[in-house]
Ligand binder design. Sequence first.
Ligand code: ADP
Ligand code: MG
Length: 297
Amino acid sequence: MSITVTNITKTFGVQKALDDVSFSIKKGEIVGFLGPNGAGKSTMMRILTTYYKADNGNAEVNGFNVLTAETNVQKSIGYLPEHNPLYLEMYVKEYLAFNADVYQVPKSKIAAVIEQTGLTPESHKKIGQLSKGYRQRVGLAAALLHDPEVLILDEPTTGLDPNQLVEIRKLIREIGKEKTILLSTHIMKEVEAVCDRVIIINKGKLVADKKLEELRETEEQIIEVEFDYRVEEQLLNQLPHVSSVKNIGGFVYEITFATSKDMRPAVFDFAHDNQLKTLQLSRKNKNLESLFSELTH
Ligand code: ADP
Ligand code: MG
């Protein structure tokens, strides 16, 4: 396992930031750590990077215990903090050279991470002259310098414009081919775009831990349809993928399908084949987004 978290609890005063959280992450996984603001994401990441100590429980990174093998844990992790403190007056290469010294890695590594993170066209500039997207690349480059096994990225796309967002996500997926990544976000779509798995926390508690594949398979859609006449629910039940049918008043029916394929055409054809007229037809998706809001409200 690249990361193992066992019953971690962390309290600030009376505020329980993390409440008995456990999970583990296999080598090579890209895991989204999803939760609303204040859920405890950054706190967990700071515990994993050894910046905070948990009140209870334990954690291991790359086989090293966060309490007893701090230095080895830090060597195993590339960390991009939430508010990445970059020195705006420093040149990109100067900043990376400074980090190379801190990590005691040879300066020859710098060119490789500049290339890897797509910084080449901006690498002669001062950090203060870069867009937010390029500053994040500098942060990622610094995190990659010592070639860590695990990357911990705290809201790496927050504050980026839509183009930068797409680029940074692409870069993270690229890096994820070789590393284990734990990435926090409050955006479900981000998880869908980048991750293999999602761990959802809310108010310090773990509320879901699922593979994206698994979530997609169980994806449901609800179609609300109004006909011009009554129809036997049994008949509607014969439509493919139906999991339930409910008459919600008049000739209006709510049909739940266990598939992500759009079933509106099938419902429309059904009406036609049964000499019914379709007066209204609408689709509501019970997708990942709604799962997230269900779990965190
Ligand atoms: P997230 O990153 O999911 O937005 P955080 O881990 O930053 O959430 O915060 C979780 C909870 O812990 C919040 O209620 C926050 O106010 C509290 N908290 C985090 N860090 C500290 C701290 N250093 N001192 C006091 N409270 C903190
Ligand atoms: Mg945070």
